[in-house]
Design a binder for this molecule. Structure first.
Ligand SMILES: Cc1cc2nc3c(=O)[nH]c(=O)nc-3n(C[C@H](O)[C@H](O)[C@H](O)COP(=O)(O)OP(=O)(O)OC[C@H]3O[C@@H](n4cnc5c(N)ncnc54)[C@H](O)[C@@H]3O)c2cc1C
Length: 388
């Protein structure tokens, strides 16, 4: 249950989405980019500082409040929500959790105001689900770190001012680095031509002898993979909420259309077959939302007391939420197309875009096969097999 303050913020976010996102979402999809002005508006409204602590200039929202806002932004435009979720989620959380005092005071206030947008660069051309296999290297030459490698599909990768880069350090394993994008050797590639999330900036990043000061490494050497997976728990809960916003938008569009469209002398909303589609979609989307809030509650508890493992731990709960909510979004937008009939298949109507966007939520921040693997792994570990 949301409290009064959360309900007020939900309304604010809904009004923002209605006025600043909805009218432009089809245009942004077509032009394959977001307007710069939307980032200024997000910053003015504080949406880029939601998860940044107040002591660093952010709003320091409780997780449930942040998730509520994220759903509304995704309802307005899924690409905007993804950008906001990566910035506030894995990037800000990694700096907040593992950054030194200097790193926090250097980056978090600028992230909170929106002066700096964050990006998260883990995936590589040959390393996706198996993040432990990345080949980007970070070598310390006695004075500075030198990073070389290629990162793939980095959301916000060209617009960002800060990218968290995961790289293999000589003998330690993987480590995390805070890379300012104006450093020499950081090169963002062209926007990928994607199925959905077309307005979201998805680019390759080449790190060509990027030199960073000794204090650019975050936390302990060799802990990069652990840090990445830890903050991806939060990221996945955010993606679950992004998917929920997409699913809800699909249901609303379908319901509106079903009331207007007449066949056999009555609105198609009168046909039980279509009512069942709306009901099934609503049930699944509501389930995904509830699981995201549940995972969020576990995350908030775990942030204070530790304990990621087990089926009730945050890693499994985040995977369950992302799995359920992303599949719900795909289901709801697919059924919405069906309710629109032939018009649903046309680019002129919004529901085909929602299906394309929803599909992305089944892939990024860990595919749904990996979500199932994570969940099953925790079940089997609890059943006694320590290999998981
Ligand atoms: C729009 C978009 C934005 C993205 N943004 C970012 C970003 O900001 N930062 C970032 O680092 N990455 C980002 N990614 C990358 C994304 O996280 C990866 O695409 C995803 O983790 C899968 O990796 P892969 O594409 O290499 O697929 P692969 O790992 O090659 O997987 C291919 C197939 O094999 C399956 N598979 C792999 N391993 C297993 C297994 N053990 N068991 C069962 N099935 C398995 C997968 O589920 C999938 O179906 C983005 C991707 C997209 C599409």
């Amino acid at each position: 249950m949301l409290n009064d303050e959360q309900l007020e913020l939900q309304q604010l976010a809904r009004d923002f989405a209605e006025a600043e996102l909805r009218p432009y979402t089809a245009i942004w999809d077509e032009q394959r980019s977001l307007d710069d002005s939307v980032f200024e508006k997000l910053a003015e409204s504080g949406f880029l500082g939601m998860m940044i602590p107040e002591e660093h200039g952010g709003l320091g929202f409780e997780l449930a409040t942040y998730l509520t806002v994220l759903e509304e932004l995704a309802w307005g435009d899924a690409a905007v929500a993804l950008s906001v979720a990566i910035h506030n989620g894995p990037v800000a959380e990694l700096v907040r959790r593992h950054g030194s005092d200097g790193q926090k005071s250097d980056w978090l206030p600028r992230m909170a105001t929106g002066e700096v947008l964050g990006a998260f660069a883990l995936s590589e051309p040959e390393s996706g689900s198996d993040a432990s296999s990345i080949s980007t290297t970070a070598h310390f030459d006695g004075y500075e770190w030198v990073l070389d490698g290629t990162k793939r599909w980095v959301t916000n990768g060209a617009r960002a001012g800060l990218v968290v880069v995961f790289a293999r350090t000589d003998e330690d394993g993987l480590s995390a680095f805070l890379v300012p994008t104006d450093v020499a050797g950081y090169m963002a590639g062209d926007q990928e031509k994607t199925l959905g999330m077309r307005a979201s900036e998805t680019v390759s990043v080449r790190l060509n002898g990027v030199r960073l000061p000794a204090d650019a490494q975050v936390g302990e050497a060799g802990q990069g993979l652990r840090y990445a997976l830890e903050v991806l728990d939060l990221g996945r809960i955010g993606i679950a909420m992004q998917a929920t916003g997409i699913g809800r938008a699909a249901i609303e569009h379908a319901a509106g259309y079903a009331l207007e469209r007449q066949q056999f002398g009555r609105p198609i909303a009168r046909f039980g077959a279509l009512q069942a589609k709306l009901a099934d979609a609503a049930q699944r989307v509501a389930g995904g939302r509830a699981l995201a809030f549940q995972a969020g509650a576990v995350w908030s508890r775990q942030a204070e007391h530790g304990g990621r493992r087990g089926l009730d731990g945050v890693t499994a709960q985040a995977a369950i939420a992302k799995l359920a909510a992303s599949e719900a979004a795909s289901f709801a937008s697919d059924e919405a197309i069906q309710i629109f009939g032939g018009y649903g298949y046309m680019r002129h109507y919004p529901v085909e875009r929602l299906l394309r966007d929803a599909k992305g939520t089944e892939i990024y921040e860990g595919t749904n096969e990996i979500m199932r693997r994570v969940i099953a792994g925790e079940i089997l570990r609890e059943a006694g097999d320590e290999n998981f």
